[in-house]
Design a protein around this ligand. Structure first.
Ligand code: SF4
Length: 193
């Protein structure tokens, strides 16, 4: 089994419910959407066997993998998840919700971009729903979204820079709709990957 890997790096999770936790990020190449606000370069990739990926991460103390992209479900299968589970890893995924999430994933972050009812059919329950929001965007309707432990609004940044009006807008939304909470991209604020 091979994966088309864009990059692998070790850092702290910068956003969402696992903020601050050591994590090995494996960014898989390619996405099936083309969001105007996308801040990730995910096109390039190199073919790596699962054993090669494992050899690259095995020396790091952390046993949390975050599968990200691009859209990681384009490549991730039950067998890939099982391979790393057998080697003692917990695994999180960051998905746009357009495809089924493989069996065995321990923490699902879903950031739907379109067709919310379809997302709920594919992934009925997630650990967190995280929405990039800029000033003026409507608040997503939770009644048609997957059931989540956390509903998070993530104010859009300008590259590495926080945009205060987007943050203020999210804070205002959350004060009126307290089922939502704020998720900042803290890795950008503190200058880590
Ligand atoms: S789904 Fe995510 S990775 Fe894909 S284009 Fe949109 S923001 Fe970028």
């Amino acid at each position: 089994m091979n994966l088309n890997v864009n990059e692998i790096f070790y850092s702290l999770q910068g956003e969402g419910g696992r903020t601050g936790q050591a994590s090995i990020f494996i960014r898989l190449a390619k996405c099936n959407l083309a969001c105007s606000f996308c801040d990730t370069d995910f096109e390039r990739g190199v073919r790596m066997s699962l054993e090669e990926v494992y050899q690259q991460i095995a020396d790091w103390a952390c046993r949390w993998i975050v599968w990200t992209g691009g859209e990681p479900t384009l490549q991730l299968t039950d067998a890939v998840v099982a391979f790393f589970k057998e080697r003692g890893y917990l695994q999180a995924i960051e998905t746009n919700g357009t495809r089924r999430v493989p069996t065995g994933i321990d923490y699902i972050t879903c950031s739907p971009k379109q067709h919310f009812e379809k997302v709920r059919e594919l992934i009925p329950e997630v650990d967190e729903l995280r929405f990039p929001i800029q000033k003026g965007d409507p608040l997503p309707d939770t009644s048609i979204l997957p059931k989540a432990d956390r509903y998070l609004l993530s104010p859009l940044f300008n590259d590495q820079q926080m945009i205060p009006e987007n943050v203020a807008y999210c804070i205002s939304l959350i004060k009126h709709h307290p089922e939502w909470a704020l998720s900042l991209q803290t890795h950008k604020l503190i200058g880590i990957r």
